[in-house]
Design a protein around this ligand. Structure first.
Ligand code: SF4
Length: 83
């Protein structure tokens, strides 16, 4: 799927981080719309997360554990499928 920006009144309502007029990813008061370099659709977000998960799971167990504890606050629910 391509990156299809849907902007109305310069708000990216199809962005993964958009929720009720606010951004859940950035500390901005209002969605920055077409000027935002962090925009991506929910589908793209899922694809990116899955790619990251696969990459982390390809590393040795010690490094996996370090990354999960450091960047996922020890919540390895996201990684359970390959344990
Ligand atoms: S990441 Fe950018 S485009 Fe997406 S909701 Fe936040 S401000 Fe808007």
């Amino acid at each position: 799927m391509g990156k299809e920006k849907v902007f109305k009144d310069n708000i990216a309502k199809d962005c993964f981080a958009y929720h009720k007029g606010r951004c859940r990813a950035l500390t901005v008061k209002q969605c920055e719309g077409s000027g935002c370099s962090f925009y991506k659709t929910k589908y793209q977000q899922e694809q990116d997360r899955e790619r990251a998960r696969k990459r982390i799971m390809s590393l040795d167990k010690g490094l996996q554990k370090y990354i999960i504890e450091r960047y996922y606050m020890g919540k390895n629910k996201f990684f359970e499928l390959e344990e």
